[in-house]
Design a binder for this molecule. Structure first.
Ligand code: NAP
Ligand code: ZN
Length: 365
């Protein structure tokens, strides 16, 4: 057995863990910048963080202008604010968008990334971060990735830096009680995609496989709730845990072609990240079944499916009506995906024709 595995995030999980674990914030300094979107003010997460900071006698400034699929402008604005208010640490509250943005802001608070943030080699001098996910999907709370919209290249680009691992992640499913069906379903599909793509990565090993299989087992158990759109607190907690496990997988393995292809569906057609992955995942596995049948069967089996057709049937009710995109555009997206670094990360080689096939069978006109 031979593998490498790294996970430096302290995970604190349980009901009211933010309030109960207030002392976790204390070590990071007197002043923090809270990076979030709009929903944390209504789901209790922001209030819990503010109560914990107040109990420690810490001060905070709230920056709540992070849009979905965070832009470079929004993180530059956050970086400036962090400097102005003298933030010594960052607390990120939200889905993948605020959590990713917080990582870039934590870097920009300490480093001048120059004109092009995507080609800048960010160093280790990054403000310490505490992450609190309020969606159950991206696993950003346990990954070293910040994914930002890259308008110059018309895609989304991942910036990776070991210093982007938060110091602490708080997991409490109660913040998701009011999360709508679409976001709940799409983010769960994102977690499934992370676990399945992680197992196909050239960097997959025994430990990441164990985490991925456990994540897929839990997600499989949540499929009835996801299909019905009705969730108990236990369902919310289980989805959040499964997403964190899948995040711990991709933190070490990275993702594969599904993610590189999905970025075009998000950038050009506005498909939410998890939805984009879900549209493509079954046909991606159809190619894997042909080229690497044993491993494809093992991964599909871990998720509770005998074939890519069964996976497609399970995801169909969660995805609803599909986007229909013309061949010319899909050929362009296939080319774009073919030059993404994720392609080389997969045990199955996806050439441009394979990528086009997945696109056209998934979202072709
Ligand atoms: P998101 O863009 O963070 O959030 C989607 C929507 O849900 C937003 O409108 C958000 O509103 C709302 N929302 C969040 N939590 C809520 C709650 N508890 N109740 C009600 N509404 C809530 O979506 P996401 O799928 O979690 O994150 C997607 C992003 O993560 C993409 O940019 C993707 O590329 C990235 N990603 C990162 C990684 C990684 O490893 N770092 C992995 C996968 C994906 P507000 O934001 O206004 O609150
Ligand atoms: Zn993802």
């Amino acid at each position: 057995m031979e593998f490498r595995y790294y996970m430096p995030v302290r995970i604190v999980c349980g009901r009211d863990c933010v309030k109960k674990g207030a002392e976790e914030f204390a070590a990071f300094g007197k002043k923090c910048l809270i990076v979030t979107g709009k929903s944390s003010a209504g789901n209790g997460a922001l209030a819990d963080v503010q109560a914990a900071l107040a109990r420690n006698g810490q001060e905070w400034t709230v920056f709540d202008r992070i849009p979905p699929n965070p832009t470079v402008e929004s993180v530059r604005e956050g970086g400036r604010l962090a400097r102005e208010c003298g933030a010594e640490f960052i607390v990120a509250i939200g889905g993948g968008s605020p959590m990713d943005a917080a990582k870039a802001i934590a870097m920009l608070a300490r480093q001048d990334a120059g004109e092009d943030i995507f080609s800048y080699k960010s160093g280790a001098d990054v403000l310490p971060m505490v992450h609190i996910p309020t969606t159950a999907g991206t696993g950003s709370e346990v990954t070293p990735y910040a994914i930002l919209t890259n308008d110059e290249k018309e895609t989304k680009t991942s910036i990776s830096n070991p210093a982007f691992f938060p110091k602490t992640a708080f997991l409490d499913g109660k913040y998701m009680r009011g999360l709508g069906q679409e976001t709940t379903a799409y983010t769960a599909i994102d977690a499934m995609s992370h676990a399945m793509e992680g197992m196909l990565s050239v960097r997959a090993g025994e430990l990441t496989d164990a985490l991925a299989k456990e994540s897929l087992r839990i997600l499989r158990g949540e499929l009835p709730a996801l299909t019905k759109g009705e969730y108990t607190d236990e369902d919310r907690d289980a989805l959040l845990y499964a997403a964190a496990l899948a995040g711990m997988v991709i933190a070490n393995t990275g993702t594969c072609a599904v993610h590189s292809m999905g970025y075009s569906l998000t950038y050009f057609h506005g498909a939410p990240h998890g939805r984009a992955n879900g549209l493509l995942l079954p046909e991606f596995f159809a190619v894997c079944e042909e080229k690497l049948p044993g491993r494809a069967k093992e991964i599909l089996g871990a998720a509770g499916f005998a074939s890519h057709e069964e996976l497609a049937a399970a995801l169909a009710p969660l995805l609803g009506e599909r986007e229909k995109i013309g061949e010319g555009l899909l050929r362009g997206y296939a080319h774009k995906a073919s030059v993404n670094k994720n392609i080389k990360n997969c045990r199955v080689f996806f050439g441009e024709e394979d990528l086009f096939r997945v696109f056209s069978r998934s979202v072709g006109e």
